[in-house]
Design a protein around this ligand. Structure first.
Ligand code: SAM
Ligand code: DTB
Ligand code: SF4
Length: 327
C-alpha cells in the first residue's frame, strides 16, 4: 500500500532501525514493488555551466565561490543532440540537462532549451531538465515540448535550509515543484547528505517528500561531493552506511519511486554500491562526469552490472506497462 500520511515518529522509527534489519525490510518492499535486478542508467549533461547567482554552499557552479569550474554559456542545439545520441548508444535511457540558473527566464536561451527538449525526446530518451525555478507557463511550455521529468531538489530539511542557501527559500522550491506537477511533468526531487545536517534533518526531508499528495516519481539521494573553493569544501565525506540508511528509508516510504544513487559514487566500491541497490536504489548516473565533478567510467559500471547481475531498465517503463495493461 502506498501511503502519503506517514508521521514523523513512524519515519524516525524506520530510519533508526538497526542497519541490517532496515536493509532487509527495504529489500522486501523493493522486491514487492519493483524488479530488483533492474537499474536505470541515466546521463547528465551540463548545458550551461557555472556563473550561477545563487549561494548554495555545496555548489561548485556558484559564481561567488572561487572553484576550478570554468563558466560556459548555453551549449548549442547540435552539441546537446550529439551528447544525447552518444548517451543512448552507451545504454542510457534517460538524459538530464542541467543549467546553472537561479530560475528560467523567458527569451532566446529558454527557446533553445525547448528545442533541445524536443530533439532529445525525438531520440527516444526520457528527457529531464534541471534549470532552477520555473513558473506555471514555463512548466507548461516544457511539457508541450515533450519534457518527461523535471529535477528540483529540496536538498535538506526546511529547518536546515537557511544554513546552506540564503538566496531562495524552501517555499520557493516547493512552489516550483507544484508548478511542475500541475503541468503533468514527472517530479524528480531529493536531497544531499553530508551538508552538516542532523539525522532529524534527513528524517524531515524524507517526511516532506513522502507526505506530498503524490510522491515524487524519482528521488535522487546525493552524497556531498566536497569541492575546493565552496564553503563545504572541508566537510567530511559521508560514510556508506549513512547513504544506505537514507536510501532504505526512502524505499520503504515511497515504494514505487525511482530511488537514484546519485552524487558520491566515485568514492564507492562495487560492494558499497551493491548494498545501496539491495537497500532499494534502482538508478545511477553514468559517464565520467556528473555535471562538473568526476563519476565512475562507463566501463567500470558495466563491470559492476556484470558482477552484481544487474540489467539496465528500459525507458518509459511505467508508460509501457500501463499501455499493455490497458490494451
Ligand atoms: N541550478 C539548478 C538547481 O539548483 O536546481 C540545477 C542544477 S543543480 C547543480 C542540481 C542539483 O545538484 C542541486 O539541487 C544539488 O542537489 C546537486 N548538487 C550540486 N552540487 C553538489 C555537490 N557538490 N554534491 C552533491 N550534490 C550536488
Ligand atoms: C541530482 O540530484 N544529482 C545530479 C542531478 N540531480 C542533476 C547532480 C549532481 C551534481 C553533483 C555536482 C556536480 O557534478 O557539479
Ligand atoms: Fe546555482 Fe543550482 Fe548550483 Fe545552486 S545548485 S548554485 S542554483 S547551479
Amino acid at each position: 500500500m502506498i501511503r502519503n500520511n506517514w508521521t514523523l515518529d513512524e519515519i524516525r522509527n524506520i530510519y533508526h532501525k538497526p542497519i541490517l534489519q532496515l536493509i532487509v525490510e527495504a529489500a522486501e518492499v523493493h522486491k514487492q514493488y519493483n524488479a530488483i535486478a533492474e537499474v536505470q542508467v541515466c546521463t547528465l549533461l551540463s548545458v550551461k555551466t557555472g556563473g550561477c547567482p545563487e549561494d548554495c554552499s555545496y555548489c561548485p557552479q556558484a559564481a561567488r565561490y572561487n572553484t576550478d569550474v570554468k563558466a560556459q554559456k548555453l551549449l548549442s542545439y547540435d552539441e546537446v543532440i550529439d551528447n544525447a545520441i552518444s548517451a543512448k548508444n552507451s545504454g542510457s535511457t534517460r538524459f538530464c540537462m542541467g543549467a546553472a540558473w537561479r530560475n528560467v527566464k523567458d527569451g532566446v536561451e529558454f527557446d533553445r532549451v525547448i528545442d533541445m527538449v524536443k530533439g532529445v525526446n525525438a531520440i527516444g530518451l526520457e528527457v529531464c531538465c534541471t534549470l532552477g525555478m520555473l513558473n506555471e507557463d514555463q512548466a507548461a511550455r516544457l511539457k508541450e515540448a515533450g519534457l518527461y521529468a523535471y529535477n528540483h531538489n529540496l536538498d535538506t530539511s526546511d529547518e536546515h535550509y537557511d544554513e546552506i542557501i540564503s538566496t531562495r527559500t524552501y517555499d520557493d522550491r516547493l512552489k516550483t515543484l507544484d508548478n511542475v506537477e500541475q503541468a503533468g511533468i514527472s517530479v524528480c526531487c531529493g536531497g544531499i547528505i553530508g551538508l552538516g545536517e542532523s539525522d532529524e534533518d534527513r528524517i524531515k526531508l524524507l517526511y516532506t517528500l513522502a507526505t506530498r499528495a503524490k510522491h515524487p516519481e524519482s528521488v535522487p539521494v546525493n552524497a556531498l561531493v566536497p569541492v575546493k573553493g565552496t564553503p563545504l569544501a572541508e566537510q567530511s565525506k559521508v560514510n556508506v552506511w549513512e547513504m544506505v540508511r537514507m536510501i532504505a528509508t526512502a524505499r520503504i516510504l515511497m515504494p514505487k519511486a525511482m530511488v537514484r544513487l546519485s552524487a558520491g559514487r566515485n568514492d564507492m566500491n562495487i560492494e558499497q554500491q551493491g548494498l545501496c541497490f539491495l537497500a532499494g536504489a534502482n538508478s545511477i548516473f553514468a559517464g565520467e562526469k556528473l555535471l562538473t565533478t568526476p563519476n565512475p567510467e562507463v566501463d567500470q559500471d558495466r563491470m559492476m552490472f556484470d558482477v552484481l547481475g544487474l540489467t539496465p531498465r528500459e525507458s518509459f517503463k511505467e508508460e509501457n506497462m500501463s499501455a499493455s495493461i490497458c490494451s
